[in-house]
Design a protein around this ligand. Structure first.
Ligand SMILES: [Zn+2]
Length: 309
């Protein structure tokens, strides 16, 4: 029998999940409200029920936002998940679903999305890539040699590369991170400052469309935002000589109008004239990238364990 894994991408208002085979065939998919109002223990009960409703699996991977200890499967804190503080998510879920502890894996959500895109999405066949999530903030997941690289745990966080130390305040507390210039939140702020409508849902999409149609000042704004994003990617190129960048998240729909600026920013902040050779790809899995990647992480960890024993 072929092995199957369950992946869950846990957010504050939705848990996206699914069951997938070793070969990448998706057998089931489900999105539920994790019910954070009822407290963390009830959320864990709901997730265990979700695992069973999907048909169960040989392993379980879960992607969570926030500060985590990947080795131990602990969530230290997560601004988006109320009550998930110093919580042994790995142990609590393993006990509830009836799997050995080592068959449950906790991963950062941006890392999980990166693994998903490299496995079944835009990065299929790539060995080295940075997956950049352009949403409320900017997340990043780095894949090197076909494997997730997180360093001591927080690697790949390209959103917090400082591009101007006198710049605007970032959510992390520092000044001038690329996230403070080029996330969807920052794009809205910049559009409003330029007296463009950006406070209603869908306004950013309209803004990108106007830029696409050649209207000013929308085209100029998108180019400037793209350039600031590229300024964050330039140092990545200097350090790793990466040639593939994959963009996911709600604001990645504007990639085509951001692209000229991104290349300018990369050119400005790296050497050797490599900007034209860089591939800028749009993620293809959409909101499913996180759970697919979490399942893949669990699958890979399980195989590594089996090959050792
Ligand atoms: Zn920051």
């Amino acid at each position: 029998m072929t092995s199957t894994q369950v992946g869950i991408d846990l957010g504050g208002t939705a848990a996206k999940s699914g069951r997938v085979t070793h070969a990448g065939e998706i057998l089931a998919e489900r999105t539920i409200d994790p019910g954070f109002a009822r407290g963390p223990q009830a959320v864990l009960d709901t997730l265990a029920q979700l695992f069973h409703d999907l048909g169960g699996g040989d392993s379980l991977g879960i992607g969570v936002p926030g500060l985590i200890d990947r080795e131990r499967g602990y969530v230290h804190s997560s601004p988006n998940l109320p009550g998930f503080v110093e919580l042994d998510v790995k142990g609590e879920l393993a006990r509830r679903v009836g799997l050995p502890r080592e068959q449950v894996h906790v991963e950062n959500d941006a890392n999980a999305a990166a693994v998903g895109e490299l496995w079944l999405g835009a990065g299929r066949g790539e060995r080295d890539a940075l997956v950049v999530t352009l949403g409320t903030g900017i997340g990043g997941g780095l894949i090197l040699g076909g494997e997730l690289f997180a360093g001591a745990g927080m690697g790949g966080e390209v959103g917090h590369v400082v591009i101007d130390p006198r710049g605007p305040q970032c959510g992390c507390g520092k000044l001038g991170c690329v996230e403070a210039y080029a996330s969807a939140t920052a794009a809205k702020r910049r559009a409003l400052a330029a007296q463009l409508p950006a406070d209603k849902p869908g306004d950013l999409v309209l803004l990108a469309q106007r830029a696409r149609d050649g209207h000013e000042p929308e085209a100029r704004l998108m180019r400037e935002i793209g350039r600031d994003l590229g300024r964050g990617l330039g140092p990545v190129l200097c350090l790793l000589d990466l040639r593939t960048f994959i963009f996911g998240g709600g604001f990645s729909g504007a990639l085509d109008v951001l692209e000229p600026g991104i290349r300018e920013g990369i050119e400005e902040r790296s050497y050797g004239g490599r900007a034209p050779a860089v591939k800028l790809l749009r993620a293809t899995l959409g909101p499913a990238a996180g759970w697919i990647g979490a399942a893949r992480v669990a699958m890979t960890a399980r195989e590594a364990l089996r090959s050792r024993s």
